[in-house]
Design a protein around this ligand. Sequence first.
Ligand code: HAM
Length: 506
Amino acid sequence: MPPFPSSLLNPRLSFSLKPLFLFIQSSIAPLQFPVPRQLISAKPRNFSSLASVQSSAIDNGGSSSGGGGGRSGALSPPPVAEEFQRIDVNPPKGTRDFPPEDMRLRNWLFNHFREVSRLFGFEEVDYPVLESEALFIRKAGEEIRDQLYCFEDRGNRRVALRPELTPSLARLVIQKGKSLSLPLKWFAVGQCWRYERMTRGRRREHYQWNMDILGVPEVTAEAELISSIVTFFKRIGISESDVGFKVSSRKVLQEVLRCYSVPENLFGKVCIVIDKIEKIPIDEIKRELKATGLSEEAIEELLQVLSIKSLTKLEEILGGSGEAIADLKQLFLLAEKFGYSEWIQFDASVVRGLAYYTGIVFEGFDREGKLRAICGGGRYDRLLSTFGGDDIPACGFGFGDAVIVELLKEKGLLPELSLEVDNIVCALDYDLQGVAATVATKLRGKGQSVDLVLESKPLKWVFKRAARANAERLILVGNTEWQKGMVGVKILSSGEQYEIKLDELE
Ligand code: HAM
């Protein structure tokens, strides 16, 4: 619908004004100026139907869209809700607000993620939260696919909120191609979205710390990654008596499947079923394995191997010559050298729920068994070719922000993080606000934080504020002192008070 009925325009003016109206129309649309009531739809429409309704309306409108099709939909405003609609003040189910106290905890955690990554020489990267849906669609029937937040955008493209970071990393590595010098050591801390059944520590939105190494085929890379997680745990006060890592290799499964001539392309599917071993009844697991095409004999053998918790026992069954045993032995040897042997244990049942892993896989768990996996990762040497790129040996891990906080709570290890400001600066007279601003600017220039009192407030209020902010000093700008070019200082911890010249204030 055009903004003004064209019949109301003077025909002579309409020619020259048309471009102007088109300009106004396109520039006001995204600003959502009040819309006449009759244009308000009582029921908001869903995204995909909205996109198609709007693009056809614009196409019918003719010239203004500058070409029909999906792209023009991007210019249309979203549906306008009823005015003064009472909203639910809670965030959508499974998502979180971060008020200041929660943000302090989040920053504390992320600072440790970043600091550990820095200690290991990794570079920080990030990707868009919104990615093409195709990036996350793999054929193996992973749970993550059913949990996608996906929709059609206004340009009719299928997009998804990322449920994990690894496919985005693969995309960027393929895009950068030969310009990258290997090995890459990249880390990221980003928000991921999964429409998950909510349990303790599992949410619909979470942040993940990822560290990935690309270009190193040796197990030294996995050993280095586990070392970085151990370093993180130690920094936040978690020890090997609180958590451990279950480690295995998907090559164990591969060797068993090869013995039964199971085709390679079934491998991913079998891993996804095996990953559910602790979540669903064993008969259901057997039924699902059978459905992938495995014989009953192969299933029995597989389940037997998966129950093994000792590397020596595995070696007895598989023989000592295979890659699985060699990789795992090497990892345990390196763990000794890194000094974290007591943190890791072999457990053949760990296969992980993502289709792309090809070698060593590991999961961090709490020893009391109260929580879901704290972190997880592994080797994924063939992910890039599934996106049409050249494969590069790769491994990495994801570490969520939710389970770890539950664990810290459980152990009484949550840090006490309070607001901390160096100075409260307050003018005792409204006319001295300018001077107080000068004092604040001077201190901030020296790197000190200042909460400047911006209104006229009684001293009692200012003291309360200083206590809440755990301020070190209260700096008062009063008439008598200022006439001498001085300000009053009170050290809040000791109660010491003095006057000082503004120039000498440090
Ligand atoms: P993942 O096991 O799916 O692996 O997730 C890694 C970690 O993210 C989990 O161990 C958990 O800490 C956290 N996490 C996952 N889903 C949720 C959720 N719904 N709520 C809270 N936390 C969650 C991956 O995502 C792989 N891309 C990791 C990786 C990186 N592998 C190689 N490089």
